[in-house]
Design a protein around this ligand. Structure first.
Ligand code: HEM
Length: 541
C-alpha cells in the first residue's frame, strides 16, 4: 500500500499529462479542421493544388494575377481542371480551351448560376440590385436577361445606326482636333471611354455627354473602375475569410459603401432626368423610358436599375480596354503592316471611303477588319478570369462529380493563349490567323466558339453583338482616317498579360501610351467628317 501510496500521485501525473497532450492534439486538430474547412468538401477525382494554407487556402499563392498563376499551375501539375481553396470557398478552375468549352457549352445548364459574394452582393449591390452578370439564376435574372437580350440582340442593331454614327464621328472629330493634324501625340483611351459609355447611356437613358472630360462621365468611370477592383478575390479577402468582416473600422466595407452611395447618386440623377423628359415629352427611345412608361411591365424598379447598371457596367471598360489595346498593337512597326492591309481591304470593298463610313454602321463585311476585331478580343482577354459561375446542379466531369454549389472559374486568358489550340504563335498579336488568304483577304469559315473572351453557353455575354459592331465601326473609321503610329517615348505595352496595369481588377485597365494620328487622305477625312456632322446634327440633340 505504501508503494501504492507513493506511486499513486505519480501515475495520476502521467495520466494527467497524457490527457493534456491528447486535449492539445484534439484542440489543434479541431482548429486545423476549422481553419481548412470549405463550403464544399474536397472533390474526389479532381486534382487539388497542393500546399494550401489554413484559413487562407491558396489566396496568398494566387497573388494579384490569378489567371497567370492558374495557367502556371495547369502546366506545372499537368491538370487543366483542378480545385483550389479561396479561404473557406472551394473552387474548380478550368484552363485549357477545350475544357473551358466543354464546361461552358457542354454543361451549360449545370453552370448557369453565379456565386454571391459578401462585398459585392451584400454591400455594394444592396440598393440598385445585382447586375445581370452577378445575378444568381432565378426568375428575376431570367426576366432581366430577356430584357437585355431584346435591347442588345441582332434585330435591335438597326435602330442604333444613328447612335453608332454620332459616337464614332465624335471620336474621329475630337482626335482630329486634338492631334492637330497629326503633329501631337495623344492618349486615345479617354476618347474610347466616352464612346463606350455614351453608347450604353444612350441605350439605357437616351442621354449622352459631348465632352470627353464631362464631370458626370468621369465620375461614372471612376466609380465603375473602383467597383470593378472590389469584385476581385485578391482585393476582397473578407469574401472568403469571414472573420475579416468583423474587424473594427473595416476599410473595405467603408469604401464599398461610399462607392455605392456615389453610384446611387448618379444612377438616380439619370433616372430622374428620364422621368423629367417623359413629363415634357422629350424622352428618347431607351430601356428606362420604355419600362417607366409601360405600366404592364413585369419588371420592378430595382430590376430596371439593375438592367441599366448591367449595360453601363458591361461595356464601359471592356470596349475601351479591348479597343485601346488593339490600337496599341496596330500602332507598332509590325502593326502598321496590318493597318495598311486593312486599309487596302477597306478600299477593295468601298473604293469611295464615304461608303465605308456609312456601311460600317450596317454590316461587318470587310474580312481584314473582322480579323482584327477577333484577334483583339482573343489576344487582349480583358476579363482574364471571366465572370465566376456556380454549379446549379451536380456536374459530371470525367468520372467525378462536382457538387452543386461549387464555384467554377474559367481561365479565359489561359485558354485564349493555348499553343495547342491556337498554334505556336498563340502569344503573338496576329489578325491573319483568322484569314485563310490575305490577298484578297478571306476569313476562315467560323466553326463555333472562336475565343473565350465573351464566355460561352447560356450565361455568355449579352452584349457581344453590339460589342463586335462597336469595335468594327470604330476600327473602320479610324483606319480609313489615320495611319496610327506609336510614340517612341511612351510606347504601348503589347504583352498580353503586362499590358494591364491592374491585374487584380475584374476588367483590365491598359497602361497609358501615346500615338500619333497622321491623316491618310486629309481632304477625304474632312469630307467624311462634314457629312457625318450633317447626318448626326439632330441625333440626341
Ligand atoms: C469587348 C467587350 C466585352 C467583353 C470582352 C465582355 C465580356 C463578358 C464576359 C466574359 C461575360 C461573362 C460571360 C460568361 O460567364 O460566360 C460577360 C457577361 C455580360 N456582358 Fe459582356 N463583354 C463585353 C461587352 C459588353 C457590352 C457592350 C455589354 C452591354 C452593353 C455587355 C453586357 C454583358 C452582360 C449583361 C453580361 C451578363 C450575362 C449573364 O450573366 O447572363 N458586355 N461579358
Amino acid at each position: 500500500m505504501a508503494s501504492l501510496g507513493l506511486h499513486y500521485p505519480q501515475s495520476i501525473g502521467a495520466l494527467g499529462q497524457l490527457a493534456i497532450v491528447c486535449g492539445l492534439v484534439a484542440v489543434a486538430w479541431l482548429l486545423y479542421s476549422l481553419s481548412t474547412q470549405t463550403d464544399i468538401s474536397k472533390i474526389k477525382g479532381i486534382y487539388e493544388i497542393p500546399n494550401a494554407w489554413p484559413i487562407v487556402g491558396h489566396l496568398l499563392q494566387l497573388g494579384e494575377d490569378h489567371a497567370t498563376v492558374c495557367e502556371k499551375w495547369w502546366r506545372q501539375h499537368k491538370h487543366s481542371v483542378f480545385q483550389i481553396r479561396l479561404g473557406n470557398t472551394r473552387a474548380v478552375v478550368v484552363n485549357n480551351f477545350e475544357d473551358c468549352k466543354k464546361m461552358l457549352v457542354g454543361r451549360q445548364s449545370a453552370v448557369i448560376d453565379r456565386p454571391k459574394l459578401y462585398t459585392f452582393h451584400g454591400v455594394i449591390s444592396s440598393t440598385q440590385g445585382f447586375t445581370i452578370g452577378s445575378s444568381p439564376w432565378d426568375d428575376s435574372c431570367k426576366n432581366k436577361r430577356k430584357a437585355a437580350g431584346t435591347t442588345l440582340g441582332r434585330p435591335a442593331m438597326k435602330g442604333y445606326y444613328p447612335m453608332f454614327d454620332l459616337e464614332t464621328y465624335c471620336v474621329v472629330r475630337d482626335l482630329a482636333k486634338d492631334s492637330k493634324g497629326g503633329t501631337e501625340y495623344l492618349n486615345i483611351r479617354p476618347y474610347l471611354q466616352r464612346y463606350a459609355l455614351n453608347t450604353t447611356l444612350t441605350l439605357c437613358y437616351g442621354i449622352r455627354m459631348d465632352s470627353v472630360w464631362d464631370d458626370m462621365l468621369r465620375e461614372v468611370l471612376e466609380v465603375g473602375s473602383a467597383i470593378s477592383l472590389l469584385r476581385s478575390a485578391s482585393e476582397n479577402y473578407q469574401d472568403y475569410i469571414p472573420i475579416l468582416r468583423y474587424l473594427p473600422n473595416n476599410e473595405k466595407t467603408q469604401r464599398s459603401k461610399s462607392l455605392r452611395d456615389r453610384r446611387d447618386k448618379y444612377l438616380n440623377e439619370l433616372l430622374d432626368k428620364v422621368r423629367e423628359m417623359i413629363q415634357h415629352n422629350t424622352d428618347k427611345p431607351c430601356v428606362s423610358a420604355a419600362i417607366l412608361k409601360d405600366e404592364e411591365t413585369k419588371l420592378s424598379g430595382v430590376e430596371v436599375s439593375s438592367i441599366c447598371l448591367s449595360l453601363v457596367s458591361g461595356g464601359f471598360e471592356t470596349i475601351p480596354g479591348t479597343l485601346t489595346s488593339c490600337i496599341g498593337s496596330l500602332s507598332t512597326k509590325e502593326g502598321q503592316v496590318f493597318q495598311d492591309r486593312a486599309y487596302d481591304d477597306i478600299k477593295r470593298h468601298y473604293p469611295n471611303i464615304e461608303d465605308a463610313w456609312t456601311k460600317s454602321l450596317e454590316v461587318e463585311e470587310v474580312p481584314y477588319v473582322n480579323a482584327i476585331v477577333k484577334e483583339a478580343g482573343r489576344y487582349y482577354t480583358v476579363s482574364a478570369m471571366s465572370l465566376p459561375r456556380k454549379a446549379y446542379t451536380d456536374i459530371e466531369w470525367e468520372g467525378s462529380t462536382i457538387p452543386k454549389g461549387t464555384m467554377i472559374l474559367i481561365n479565359a486568358q489561359a485558354g485564349n493563349h493555348e499553343v495547342e489550340h491556337f498554334g505556336p504563335d498563340a502569344a503573338t498579336f496576329n489578325p491573319e490567323r483568322w484569314l485563310e488568304s490575305t490577298e484578297p483577304a478571306r476569313e476562315v469559315p467560323s466553326t463555333g466558339l472562336q475565343h473565350l473572351s465573351f464566355g460561352a453557353g447560356s450565361r455568355a455575354c449579352s452584349g457581344q453583338y453590339i460589342a463586335s459592331r462597336l469595335l468594327y465601326t470604330a476600327l473602320i473609321r479610324l483606319i480609313c482616317s489615320y495611319k496610327i503610329v506609336a510614340s517612341e517615348e511612351e510606347p504601348p505595352n503589347t504583352d498580353y498579360v503586362d499590358y494591364n496595369q491592374f491585374k487584380s481588377a475584374l476588367v483590365a485597365i491598359p497602361r497609358d501610351f501615346k500615338v500619333k494620328l497622321i491623316p491618310r487622305e486629309p481632304e477625304t477625312l474632312d469630307k467624311c467628317l462634314n457629312l457625318a456632322s450633317e447626318r448626326t446634327k439632330d441625333a440626341y440633340a
